[in-house]
Design a protein around this ligand. Structure first.
Ligand SMILES: *Cc1c(COP(=O)(O)O)cnc(C)c1O
Length: 390
């Protein structure tokens, strides 16, 4: 399903990626890497994956021409890849479906995952329910309090949510707990990781399962426009929706690949190469090399590091990484809702905001694909509060 991406050795992307973990965890990760290599091209595995993507997730989803937005902005045509229309409302389910099928092949009896704001936890609890596997989600205590509704959602789906009090009670602490659980219980347990981050093989696995986004969009844009887009624009938290949106264009040098980070959590734009959470990437770290806290209005973009493949695309010059502010994202959220009748996730609104700036600079006979990573229903209350705070 996915294409070569300049990977020079297993799990490394230039100087980035790799696996900086203790030996006992390394052994578990190696088993997952072996299973992934075995099944990723297995016809039966891919048949089952395609079945669930179609019948459960609702793929393929449309590539919608945003006619009104294009007219308002002027310049290149803006197309929206509609990951917001997937079951559960975002791209995350592409990866959780893929990984749980892998877990089943590996004989797993139990699924665990980390979650920050709760979106990956919900997508994981969803597929665990579908396949009847018990599921434990580790979530920082602080995050469980901020995102109480997502905790309830996961519980409705039958998952157990474990609030993590260690450390600062944030995402990093939840990841540490999940990795500890994996090492202790690896005979029975599969760790379903949520973004294109972490030690090898996770960034490669997530790239593979998310690349369905650009597999579809490339076919769709060629049908509609008869040529490739000038640019593909996606928001970047850990980088999973962006790598999926870029994958099938990486070997097409005429297509610009544009990753959009929040100014408030700009790991690539302002970070330095560092090892965090078991892999090397651009990261926002303090003088002791510890990840710094970040504060984006979009919870899903609030991560101090970024996937190793994006780090490599940046370093090699193949990818462009830009920032937009929370204010610009909020404006784009309001604009898209009003002129297209599509309420985007605040994360996706960052990509929309940049696409509006980029479209103006390009001729009318060119096109831009914006990956609309999710729908904004989850953010409506937050936007209400932001608009009514003063
Ligand atoms: C989680 C999430 C993101 C950010 O994660 P990536 O791994 O960078 O894609 C973006 N958009 C939505 C809607 C999300 O739920």
């Amino acid at each position: 399903m996915s294409k070569s991406t300049g990977v020079v050795a297993a799990g490394t992307f230039g100087e980035f990626g790799g696996s900086y973990v203790p030996d006992e965890l390394q052994q578990v990760l190696s088993k997952i890497a072996e299973a992934f290599d075995k099944y990723k091209d297995d016809p039966e595995f891919n048949e089952e994956l395609r079945y669930y993507l179609k019948e459960y997730v609702g793929r393929e989803n449309p590539l919608t021409f945003a006619k009104n937005l294009t007219e308002q902005v002027g310049g290149a045509k803006i197309y929206l890849k509609r990951e917001d229309l997937n079951h559960t409302g975002a791209h995350k389910i592409n990866n959780t479906i893929g990984q749980i099928l892998l877990a089943k092949r590996m004989g797993a009896k139990r699924i665990i995952a980390e979650t920050g704001a709760g979106q990956h936890g919900v997508a994981t609890a969803t597929v665990a329910a579908l396949f009847g596997l018990p599921c434990t989600i580790y979530m920082g205590k602080y995050d469980t309090e901020r995102q109480a509704l997502n905790v309830f959602r996961m519980e409705l789906l039958g998952a157990e949510v474990v609030p993590v009090e260690k450390g600062q009670g944030r995402l990093k602490d939840a990841v540490d707990e999940a990795l500890g659980d994996l090492v202790r219980n690896h005979e029975t347990t599969f760790y379903l990781l949520g973004s294109a981050v972490g030690p090898h093989p996770y960034p490669t696995i997530v790239h593979h399962f998310q690349s369905v986004i650009s597999e579809e969009s490339k076919r769709q844009i060629l049908e509609k426009e008869g040529k490739l887009p000038a640019a593909v624009v996606a928001c970047v938290g850990g980088g999973s929706n962006a790598i999926g949106a870029f994958a099938h264009y990486i070997d097409e040098p005429i297509v610009r690949l544009v990753g959009v980070e929040p100014t408030e959590a700009a790991s690539i734009a302002e970070g330095v190469p560092a090892v965090i959470h078991g892999f090397k990437c651009y990261a926002l770290v303090d003088e002791n090399n510890n990840p710094k806290p970040t504060f984006s209005i979009a919870a899903g973009l609030d991560y101090p590091g970024v996937g190793p493949e994006h780090s490599y695309l940046k370093a090699s010059g193949r990818g462009e990484y830009v920032t937009v502010t929370g204010k610009e994202a909020l404006d784009a959220f309001l604009t898209l809702s009003k002129v297209e009748g599509i309420i985007p996730a605040l994360e996706s609104a960052h990509a929309v905001a940049y696409a509006m700036k980029l479209a103006k600079t390009l001729p009318r006979d060119e096109s831009i694909i914006v990956n609309l990573s999710g729908r904004g229903d989850k953010d409506v209350k937050q936007v209400y509060d932001m608009l009514n705070q003063d």
